[in-house]
Write a protein that binds this ligand. Sequence first.
Ligand code: GLC
Length: 556
Amino acid sequence: MTNHVSVPDRSWWETAVGYEVYIRSFADGNGDGVGDLAGLTDRLDHLAWLGVDLVWITPFYPSPFADFGYDVADYTDIDPLFGDLDAFDAMVAKAHGLGLRIMVDVVPNHSSDQHPWFRDAASSVDSDKRDWYIWRDPAPDGGPPNNWITHFGGSAWTLDEASGQYYLHLFLPEQPDLNWANPAVGDAWEDILRFWLDRGVDGFRIDVTQGLAKDPEMRSNPELRSLVDGMSRNEQWDSFEHRYDIMQPETLDVFRRWRKLCEGYDAFLLGETYVLDTAALTHFLEPNDGIHRGFWFAPMHLQWSPEDVREVLEAPIDAVPAGIGWAMSSHDDPRAPGRYGDGELGANRALGLFTMFAGLPGTPFLYQGDELALVDGVVPPDRYQDPVVFRTGVATDSRDGCRTPIPWEPGSPMLGFSTADDGWLPMGGRTDADTVAVQRDDPEAFVHRMRAMLLARRELLSRGLLATQPVEWTDLGSDLVSYRRGDLHFVLNAGESALELSCDNEQVIFRTGDAEGLVAPGATSPAVGAGCSVGPGEAVILQSVMLQSSAADTRA
Ligand code: GLC
């Protein structure tokens, strides 16, 4: 590993910046219009240049693709659409050579209905695998055993005509839930994790972390309001208190076992803790013997206002100071810049917020294209792919817009994503100016501002300024969100207009408004002891002048 920052007494993952690769849409190496491992391998240099440390790759396993790979038919192989195990090994070797770590996405809550385990389980009530999934007799009226619904809308139970029993699925009927109360499932999963660890992966992103164990009595959830036609998937989900279907204490025991295994490999466990309250995060992270970190999803739902920005930063830090995976976009939610404001303002705010993540304890994660300030691609209804929109019929439920392919170079219909004329999703209205190549050629482009920030963070870590210092929230006025860490002061202008900041005894050492990078230690800045203007959405990093000069003295 060449470019990692290593901070004494800190594990590598405590200082890493992550990057999510949604493999179908990242880079297509074989010209079939779908991203793959060869395409990713070719483009890893971009990620090393950008300054991220850890690459999370969404599922590439054999799959019927009912949910685009989150329905796994074999946990220890690669779907031919994406390559094969040799292509995987080549990708890992290249990544490691570039100083990048690799995290694979594991899907333990459910398998595909085409997984041999489920096919066996469904073949007979007497199958050895029957109890690897969750089967129940119908309710007395013949309907589903309880009132649980799926994350994608509709009942979580599907009747298996052959046996007359229902099986449980918290997502699509093609994604039956595994029965984690059966110890054989846990043993099989230990083998799966070991398979990937032995192939050299550095960690796992755990799909549906909150879901694995279920209430043993399968009680109905308290209903908060009645379901009505036309509700979005989130409105349906929020109509219940999810007391019995998710967040069961036994789930943590699964991750305790995984943690022990991973410690032998120095590997990292990051949960998709899709819960919007900090109490739930505390449940997973406070004991500190299960997952290392859990994603905090509030920034994905943030409707921009200074109060809400402050809240999404402060609440998780107050609850679980070191446990947060920070992200603002993903393959499941609309991209950040489009949600945070129009045009350049949205892009500036996304970078400003990400800078605030980057200064806090935790692991900040970019989603592919965040470094280009991409907004959602435009996908016409006749090109919809996401099964959720077909299930609920609600167009805003579609996750296709955040999944359109990455634009790499100008000059071809798929802008360098693929040599094909079209892809599994359209490019969605990208222009040449959106592409990686055009942005990298323009020193003023967004990608350079993002990169400058990531490199500044590395530099601050290596100067020992961002390692162990506690977070102290500061109050500079209602539109400014700010905190100190030791001698650094991170300030974001979350308001609508430029603001003057007084810089008594502090020097601006970095600003997201330009791509110039970190001010050299000891350099004088016109802002010392004066004021500086911070634009809307802009973040600045200030450093106490006293410390700067003593650091410079020590070096001299
Ligand atoms: C997670 C994934 C999502 C998938 C779901 C079911 O939320 O991020 O894409 O549809 O799990 O596996």
